[in-house]
Write a protein that binds this ligand. Structure first.
Ligand code: EPU
Length: 427
């Protein structure tokens, strides 16, 4: 298994270009199931999750050509509306085929994703919404079996109020509603930019989606046939951008231009970084991050968008490990998303965990160590810690990282970091 070695101590300087957003590309790839003909996605990052989704679409019977940053999908011959455990267990977002499959083909059999490193992550809200649209749902031997009304007919538009905002839940129901008869209203929706992006694509495909990116979405579905294929360039990855923002600020003297990032999608992070004493400015289509003096500790509580993203909690926590005063970091989205903390303690971090809260006291210094990543964002946070640490840090099990960060060692290397991938290192 590969590892990444980082030698800390050098502030980052230079320009880094942000790739397309993984969490926007995944639902949009699944949306291709709603049409025949050839769709073209541009600005798709070269990542393992994209390959897993391509494999899943091929299993379902689609022709998929991945040649990052482009992906072409067209209808194959036969469709097999079934997502097996082997693929779903590699990537929870595979559940995003459930809505489009049942809307388009009247039935779907999709493995339940099961728990994952960061929490239980149920899909009850997805299922509740599909039931409201007339789906019959059974759970059988670890699979969700969904069938359209009257033994596989067209879904009906419905009113669905989510008990809590869910990103993939909102996306799944938007895709299902796009081929349902009549109007669907979704209330208490996730407002993430990736949801808004899916709305744009569904509109390009001929559905009428209004309000994506707000908490109420109206969708008028196409009640016969399928949607049109599309050509679309994916928005930049705000979490990748935020990760480089934290990396830029981890050492005094850091000065990085993050190219192609959308600052409006990162407002909560930008405000917290400024409060901590980091200079964050826009320069055209870029964000410039500079750190000069010491950092102040600032408190952060994760929340659905536009709140502070849970996907930035680990990276920001590492930044706070280098601050001159205490900070309190509270995680409200996932119940087990502090797996990076024990590893950071091994690097000299001063962190006390109490339930869903981490109290972080700035450490004099962090030390290099061998550490192990347990999920995607935790892996990125350990690399950022390595950039600040004395000596060498080895981050193991970087396959998590390869799910969501395109060429991270090259990008950080381009900013002056001493970083290398070690192929086949001990796991
Ligand atoms: N939840 C339920 N029932 C549901 C659905 C969700 O209780 O039916 C709960 C979850 O357990 C969680 C909360 O609702 O406590 C929010 O989960 P959400 O459904 O929004 O998460 P997700 O859609 O599974 C997406 C991203 C995650 C990101 C979260 C939160 C994708 C493919 N994944 O997951 O991204 O952390 O939203 O913003 O969009 C990552 O990229 O590293 C990542 C984990």
């Amino acid at each position: 298994m590969d590892a990444i070695r980082v030698r800390g101590g050098k502030p980052l300087k230079g320009t880094v270009k942000i790739s397309g957003a993984k969490n926007a590309a995944l639902p949009i790839l699944c949306a291709t199931l709603l049409s025949d003909g050839q769709s073209r996605l541009r600005n798709v990052p070269a990542l393992r999750d994209i390959d897993t989704t391509a494999a899943l679409l091929r299993f379902l019977g689609r022709n998929v050509r991945v040649n990052a940053p482009e992906v072409h999908v067209d209808a194959g011959s036969d469709v097999r509306p079934e997502a097996p455990y082997e693929l779903v267990k590699q990537m929870r977002a595979s559940v995003l085929v459930l809505g489009p499959l049942v809307a388009r083909f009247g039935r779907a059999k999709v493995s339940l994703p099961g728990g994952c490193a960061i929490g239980a992550r149920p899909i009850d809200q997805h299922l509740k919404g599909l039931e409201a649209m007339g789906c019959k749902i059974r759970l059988e031997r670890g699979y969700v079996i969904a069938e359209g009304p009257n033994g596989g007919g067209r879904l009906r538009g419905a009113e669905v109020a989510f008990d809590l905002p869910t990103v993939t839940g909102t996306e799944n129901l938007m895709m299902a509603a796009a081929l349902a008869k009549g109007q669907t209203t979704l209330v208490n929706c996730a407002r993430e930019p990736e949801v808004e992006e899916l709305g744009r694509v569904l509109n390009k495909m001929g559905a009428t989606v209004d309000g994506a990116g707000t908490d109420v979405i109206h969708i008028r579905g196409k009640d016969q046939g399928e949607l049109e294929p599309f050509d679309h360039a994916i928005i930049p990855d705000r979490i990748e951008a935020g990760t480089y923002m934290c990396a830029a600020a981890i050492l005094p003297g850091g000065d990085v231009i993050i190219e192609g990032a959308e600052i409006h999608d990162l407002e909560a992070l930008v405000m917290k970084m400024r409060a901590a004493g980091v200079e964050v400015a826009t320069e055209g289509q870029s964000i410039r991050v500079r750190r000069n003096g010491p950092l102040r500790g600032v408190n952060v509580t994760t929340a659905p968008h536009p709140g502070f993203p849970t996907d930035m909690q680990a990276q920001f926590l590492v930044l706070m490990c280098t601050a001159a005063s205490e900070s309190v970091i509270t995680e409200t989205i996932f119940e087990n998303r502090f797996m990076h903390v024990p590893e950071l303690l091994r690097m000299g971090g001063n962190i006390a965990l109490r339930g869903n809260t981490a109290v972080v006291d700035g450490a004099e210094r962090l030390y290099g160590a061998s550490v192990m990543a347990t999920d995607l964002r935790a892996s990125a946070s350990l690399i950022i810690a390595g950039l600040a640490a004395e000596d060498e840090t080895e981050v193991r099990r970087v396959y998590h990282l390869d799910r969501g960060y395109e060429r991270i060692e090259e990008k950080l290397g381009g900013l002056g970091a001493t970083i290398a991938r070690v192929r086949g290192a001990e796991s």
